[in-house]
Ligand binder design. Sequence first.
Ligand SMILES: *Cc1c(COP(=O)(O)O)cnc(C)c1O
Length: 359
Amino acid sequence: MINVTKTFLPPQLEYQNILKRAWDSNWITNRGKLVVDLEEKLRAHLEVSNILITNNGTIPLQIALKLFGGRGDIITTPFSYVATTSSIIWEGCNPVFVDIDPDHLTIDETKIEAAITSNTTAILATHVFGNPCDVETISEIAEKHNLMVIYDAAHCFGVTYKEQSVFNYGDISTCSFHATKLFHTGEGGAIFCNNEKYIDAAFYSHNFGHDGPEKFHGLGVNGKISELQAAMGLAVLPYMNDIIKARKKCTDTYNEGFEDSDLQLLKIRKGTTWNYSYYPVIFKSEKELIKVKAALNALNIFPRRYFYPSLNQITYVDSAIKMPISESISSKVICLPLYVGLEENELSLIINVIKDNLC
Ligand SMILES: *Cc1c(COP(=O)(O)O)cnc(C)c1O
């Protein structure tokens, strides 16, 4: 079976050797040595000033929204994983969708200002498939209207934009370390921000608001990652350069294979060093997508419809909202298998099946 992704597992012995440190200290959660070690290594690896690692990539979105008031209208993208929208609603805020740029698949920055009202408190946009939003324009708009900017950077491990980590942009950026993501801890995530005030607040929030055992700084939640998960991160991290190299090779093979086809491929924003996190292809129609998907499934090949449906169409969102570009792309896009260990002959098979089934 060929799935859209396959979790990279480090040699088991290397994982066990790291775990031994947790056994030796009889300490498996509540910010032990392994969590602190992983944070330090990630800070250096990613070249970010602040990082707080968490138990998944959704809780950082919720914490960020809560820090910035937890109310009002949040300008957001309809083309992302459901967590982007569900976090907004879960936190009691109201999503205000702005349609996407059909080439980069990120929020269309030219349409943001028209959506701002006196109720708008923040912008929460996704760097889709690791492709950065137009962070400069968004920053200008946010400054002019006094809005906070949160980036759902779940797909962005290792991405740089204009020579620095994409996590450095916006007031807060978040990442997911889920097993299906590029870098992983099984379940996990992180919150990044340059502002010490916010990282401190996030730190208290992710541990029930504790300020020592008997005092509370404020309201909090349980966003703590365990030592067992941190150990996985420490075991995976040394392989990141190899992982990205292997994925680049698969991506190059796909690109070559589709050179002479009419498939629409992802346009990476200028100034980006990308991480090869996903390989989306956009068909001419949903009909064509369904035909190709069925042909691949028949051979036990399972691409995923990332992202479908467009988030303005999920049941708990006001159904009157129309996002024509996002709806159209959502109905026609699929992410192809991409992982370490995907063989050249498997890639050729996928490419040929797709080309043979285009309408
Ligand atoms: C994976 C993902 C999340 C959620 O991360 P978890 O670690 O699964 O909680 C949020 N946003 C986007 C865009 C994602 O792809």
